[in-house]
Design a protein around this ligand. Structure first.
Ligand code: F6R
Length: 608
């Protein structure tokens, strides 16, 4: 959840670290810090606040050095205080480290160290790690880090400076991502690719247990037992502008706007009117596909809502028994996995702890796992049998938008492939659906152009503090996603229900101060949803409807109508989610919220 960076080379390290941290700030933003090695000593500066506060802090200080580490924090152990901010140092000032992850046995280690007279200034597990390293250190860094790895339980990406070694830094990775960047005469590391993009596109993803020594222009890597290993160099096809705001006021605005392009690139090369080709990372044959009886879809948050949409389309296009679950539940349930089950794990980051644990559970039961993620080098991508990449480009805004669009695209490709190749869909129908899917990026772009209408709705309704979102069928997961977007970035209380459930309890909440946002495209359940709108109206709730062009009836029922183009029922989620994302964005902006970095949230949830 935190972001770490490291640099060694000819550049002044302060600028490299601040820039790197800015590009990682989506991972955590309650405090920030850096350590700079000036050739003889290591100076640590840290602040409660954002990277911009750290920049102001170091502005007036002469931090000369070309080797350093940085950290942006999302608090886990201990409150948001200067003491708990990273980097952390040992008692002699010999080692300084930054840490992303959670060390689970830190209290035991802390007790042991305290009984030996070691004192602590913070409540963090990370300070325990650096002080343990200091105790273990026997003059040989590799041996000491190997031993450190044996003693720590939990997850960690560590970047470590040693006062006695002004020529480079060390990394240790278990359970939390760490990427190394390679260029002539320089060495980089970071929790994610964006900080490396201005300097290099050649990266190495450290693997579980790896230890690395990074010096200018050279990297040495060992496995958890200290044996030298080679790790492949990957060429990143993202460019630096993809991680910039590009003139938009917020990343979220830019990312909402990119969704037509994202959907096009998710579908590109994989879909034609004669078939679906999921590419070389999916290794199924016809016998496997025909043998399937069940499919389990597992994810968290927005990715889970994408799976709920997929549940409906898989039920419609295939004969499979479809089950969808939240990863944090699925991992502890007594699920039945057989040779006839395909388990699909959906995670934009590929690092979500619960989704990874659920995937490992299925693997341990002998199940076949497909990962759907946006990050090629992520843990999920490396652990699954088969992989489908979103190709959405980096998503920096904490609230997921364009990756949701990419996930829908990928899941629809999966559903169409299964339906087509198993013979559940007749070829004519399959080809017609493929055509419908291929047209969608253009439809998405048409909806995006209507942002002004949504902004007007946001201006009218931004003063309300409670919302109820309703939808049925394909629109129910979209209501859930719309409510999640609104609450996470504008802090407005928003609950979503299947419209038919409203009278079973939530209707008690309705009154003139609680608007109902209803997703009601002209589909097979339109009339049913309309009855629910009438029920809400009778309780004097203001009604905001996301409704199809040409639907005149809704004008008589709703206080405000946001129009979307008509489309085939099964494709409506691609279209109807957009005004809900835009509504949340504009409400948050009108209420003066921090859109790209909402409070308490982090983009990559690497803890349980
Ligand atoms: C909401 C949001 C989160 C994520 C969830 C899963 O806008 O971003 O709900 O969807 O934390 O993250 P991934 O998809 O990375 O597994």
């Amino acid at each position: 959840m935190c972001g770490v960076v490291g640099y060694v080379g000819p550049r002044k390290v302060v600028g490299v670290i601040l820039e790197g941290l800015r590009r990682l700030e989506y991972r955590g933003y309650d405090s920030a810090g850096m350590a700079v090695h000036d050739g003889s000593s290591i100076r640590v500066e840290k602040v409660v606040g954002k990277v911009s506060d750290l920049a102001s802090r170091v502005e007036g200080i002469n931090l000369d050095g070309t080797l350093g580490v940085g950290h942006t924090r999302w608090a886990t152990h201990g409150g948001v205080t200067g003491e708990n901010a990273h980097p952390h140092r040992d008692q002699d000032g010999r080692f300084v480290l930054v840490h992303n992850g959670i060390v689970e046995n830190y209290l035991d280690i802390r007790d042991q160290l305290e009984s030996r007279g070691v004192s602590f200034y913070s409540q963090t597990d990370s300070e325990v790690v650096v002080k343990l390293l200091s105790q273990i250190y026997d003059g040989d860094m590799l041996r000491s880090l190997t031993e450190l790895g044996r003693r720590l339980e939990g997850s960690y990406a560590l970047v470590i400076l040693s006062k006695d070694d002004p020529g480079g830094f060390y990394c240790v990775r278990k359970g939390s991502p760490l990427v190394l960047g390679l260029t002539e005469g320089e060495g980089f590391c970071a929790s994610d690719v964006p900080p490396l993009l201005p300097y290099t596109k050649d990266v190495i993803y450290l693997e579980e247990g790896d230890i690395a020594e990074v010096r200018p222009g050279s990297v040495r890597i060992w496995d958890k037992d200290g044996r030298p290993v080679e790790r492949p160099v990957h060429r990143i096809d993202w460019d630096v502008s993809m991680a910039e705001k590009d003139g938009y006021p917020h990343y979220m605005a830019k990312e909402i706007h990119e969704q037509g392009t994202v959907l096009r690139s998710t579908l590109k090369g994989r879909l034609s009117e004669s078939g679906v080709d999921l590419g070389d990372d999916v290794h199924w044959d016809g016998d496997f596909l025909r043998s399937l009886r069940r499919i389990n879809l597992v994810a968290c948050g927005t990715s889970y809502y994408a799976c709920l949409v997929a549940e409906r389309v898989l039920e419609r296009w295939t004969s499979l028994d479809v089950k969808v679950d939240i990863a944090s539940e699925y991992r502890y349930r007594d699920v039945k996995i057989g040779a006839d089950t395909l388990a699909v794990f959906v995670s934009q980051s590929g690092e979500t702890a619960d989704t990874l644990a659920a995937q490992r559970k299925v693997r341990s039961l002998g199940g076949r796992c497909l990962g759907i993620t946006n990050v090629r080098g992520s843990t999920l991508a490396r652990e699954v049998h088969d992989l489908l990449l979103l190709k959405a480009g980096p998503e920096i805004g904490v609230a997921a938008t364009k990756t949701f669009m990419g996930q829908l695209g990928a899941l629809y490709l999966l559903a169409l492939k299964l339906g087509w190749e198993r013979g559940d869909l007749n070829p004519v129908e399959a080809s017609r659906l493929a055509y419908g899917l291929l047209k969608l990026p253009y439809e998405v772009e048409r909806v995006l152009e209507r942002d002004g209408d949504v902004k007007a709705a946001a201006e009218r309704f931004c003063g309300y503090d409670d919302f109820l979102f309703l939808g049925r069928g394909f629109s129910y997961p979209i209501a859930l996603e719309g409510a999640l977007k609104l609450k996470e970035i504008s802090y407005v209380h928003a609950e979503a229900y299947a419209a038919g459930e409203m009278k079973h309890g939530p209707i008690a909440l309705l009154e003139p101060n609680v608007p109902v946002m209803v997703v009601i495209p002209k589909d097979g359940l339109y009339e049913k949803t309309l009855s629910n709108v009438q029920e809400a109206r009778a309780r004097k709730s203001p009604i905001v409807a996301v409704a199809s062009d040409g639907d005149d009836l809704i004008d008589q029922m709703a206080d405000w109508v946001i129009r979307i183009p008509r489309c085939e029922e099964c494709f409506s989620p691609f279209i109807s989610v957009i005004p809900l994302q835009q509504f949340a964005y504009h409400v948050a902006q009108l209420r003066g919220c921090e859109i790209d970095q909402p409070r308490n949230l982090a983009k990559s949830v690497t803890v349980e």
